[in-house]
Design a protein around this ligand. Structure first.
Ligand SMILES: C[S@@+](CC[C@H](N)C(=O)[O-])C[C@H]1O[C@@H](n2cnc3c(N)ncnc32)[C@H](O)[C@@H]1O
Length: 239
């Protein structure tokens, strides 16, 4: 008998879409479409300057998941997407976004802030890579190629960058957002409109200066880290 399904980014995003009967899904940073092509949602927008999805794979996934027939692909960086697609985003709004583009604090924060401008009421942002397992995985850099070149001690090919600081930043500065991180799949940050459970007592500059050591010593409180199954309780208690 199959056990319970592993809780990962795909399950969390799909559970949110299903529970909220969402139609408008945005994914920033798509690569080979491992998540994007599996997600079932009426409108799906994919943003990546460097897609790695072959035409044959796209066709295969029309059959595996017919929701893919209406997909819209935007081969561009996320900042350009938000600058050029204002009319579409304003018309429909975003129900669920999976933010998984460039793994820097600055860009992940910018992606979340831009998404928030179009997030529909009760919309949810899921931010990948918020709970790096090692200092090497959390190495602040501008690309994985750069991290490979530097090859910090302990680097094993996994790069989450300093996306975790976006969670700390939002938890320190935004009184209007509820923010927590699910402890699965390198840390899935969940951001919604609403009152925070509690806030961090840091200035924006202090967040910028946090180190990996600060994270490893205060992981639970900095990230508002929750067991992955918390997503079920969270969704049950929300409209
Ligand atoms: C980790 S991969 C995404 C994986 C995918 N979300 C999944 O779950 O299978 C990160 C992707 O972000 C893309 N990326 C990098 N910088 C970006 C930017 N500024 N805007 C959008 N995507 C970006 C990269 O090209 C890469 O394909």
């Amino acid at each position: 008998m199959a056990g319970p399904k592993k809780i990962d980014r795909i399950k969390v995003v799909q559970d949110i879409i299903n529970r909220k009967k969402s139609t408008n899904y945005l994914e920033i940073g798509v690569l080979a479409g491992d998540a994007f092509l599996r997600i079932k949602s009426r409108r799906k927008w994919a943003v990546d300057p460097d897609f790695m999805i072959s035409p044959a794979k796209k066709i295969r996934y029309y059959f595996k998941n017919p929701y893919n027939i209406l997909n819209k692909y935007f081969r561009m960086e996320s900042d350009v997407f938000f600058d050029t697609q204002m009319p579409m985003l304003s018309e429909y709004g975003i129900d669920v976004a999976f933010v998984d583009g460039l793994h820097t604090f600055e860009q992940s924060l910018q992606d979340v802030q831009n998404t928030l401008k179009y997030l529909n009421k009760n919309g949810v942002i899921v931010l990948h890579d918020c709970n790096p397992v090692s200092e090497a995985a959390a190495y602040p850099a501008t690309s994985i190629a750069q991290v490979r070149k530097i090859n910090p001690p302990g680097f094993d090919g996994i790069w989450n960058g300093d996306v975790w600081k976006t969670i700390a930043y939002l938890r320190a500065t935004r009184k209007d957002l509820r923010v927590f991180v699910l402890d699965c799949d390198f840390g899935l940050g969940v951001v919604t409109q609403g009152a925070p459970e509690n806030m961090l007592d840091y200035s924006a500059d202090a967040v910028q200066n946090l180190s990996y050591r600060d994270l490893s010593e205060n992981r639970k409180s900095l990230l508002n880290l929750k067991d992955a199954r918390f997503i079920e309780e969270f969704l049950k208690n929300r409209k």
